[in-house]
Design a protein around this ligand. Structure first.
Ligand code: IPD
Length: 269
């Protein structure tokens, strides 16, 4: 059977168009008032009608543009496809910010080909800022090509992180962050992992780590950070995944890894 090659740029164009539509929908629904609030993994892990509507919008648009592709989305899970492409979607990353009207949330959409993320877009519907990347094609915010921070000292590092929704996990995460705080410049907790990775990509923070992320939280942002020259991975040679996602400029990768290993940042529940 003849296998069609899939161009990352083509996938990115589709991703940008569809993420833009989903972002407009999420923002419009926020302006009209948040509805349909339910909880998922814990009493603080919320989902709104807009999360579900934005995911439905993206799935339908993908079905029109690329029928047969697989989709993994935060709200509706995995839909198998027939080819090499799988889309990875967080319809609203930063749902708690969304709920409270904090203008810091994002639509995150990535395209994988044969299991490798090759294109991704993260869009903040409120600020209109949009970060994109294709594998080997660099990371961009609009027309601006992004390069991460040039920090060389852990002690000078502005470090972003986030916390899970389960209380037991948070106890462990709090212990880790308490030990990191005195040895870095400062800590930031903005509330949307995809945007944390984009902020690292453009040096608005120097580095980022978090335990417990799902693929939809970091697929697009991880590619954007990597294409901006950051190292992106897990701990001790592992890939980025649920145990840990770390994004840091090469010069502080080792000292940050050492600190995260010493503090067992990938451990705990
Ligand atoms: C959450 C955000 C948050 C991170 C959590 C994620 P959601 O995603 O990215 O910053 O700390 O781990 O679950 O639930 O808003 O899509």
């Amino acid at each position: 059977m003849l296998r069609m090659t899939v161009e990352p740029n083509e996938l990115l164009q589709i991703a940008v168009r569809i993420a833009g539509g989903a972002a407009d929908l999420a923002r419009q629904m926020r302006d009209e008032g948040v509805t349909g609030i339910t909880t998922k993994s814990s009493a603080t892990d919320v989902v709104t009608a807009a999360d579900r509507a934005a995911e439905r919008y993206v799935r339908e648009a993908l079905r029109d543009s690329r029928p047969g592709d697989a989709v993994l989305g935060e709200e509706a899970g995995e839909s198998p496809g027939k080819g090499a492409v799988r889309w990875i979607l967080d319809p609203i990353d930063g749902t708690v910010n969304y709920l409270y009207g904090v203008p810091h949330y994002a639509v995150s959409l990535a395209a994988e080909v044969d299991g490798e993320v090759v294109a991704g877009v993260v869009r903040n519907p409120v600020s209109g800022e949009q970060w994109t990347a294709t594998r080997g094609g660099g990371a961009w915010r609009g027309e601006v090509r992004l390069v991460g921070s040039t920090v060389t000292e852990l002690s000078q590092t502005l470090l972003a992180t986030g916390f899970g929704y389960a209380a037991a996990r948070r106890v462990h995460q709090a212990r880790v962050v308490a030990k990191l705080l005195p040895i870095v410049r400062d800590i930031r907790r903005f509330g949307a992992a995809s945007l944390d990775l984009c902020f690292a990509a453009e040096g608005r923070v120097d580095a980022y780590y978090e335990k417990g992320l799902n693929l939809w939280d970091h697929a697009a942002g991880g590619l954007i950070a990597a294409e901006a020259g950051l190292r992106v991975g897990g701990l001790s040679g592992a890939g980025a995944g649920p145990d840990l996602v770390v994004a840091a400029p090469p010069a502080i990768w080792e000292p940050l890894q050492d600190a995260l290993v010493r503090l067992d940042a990938a451990g705990g529940p």
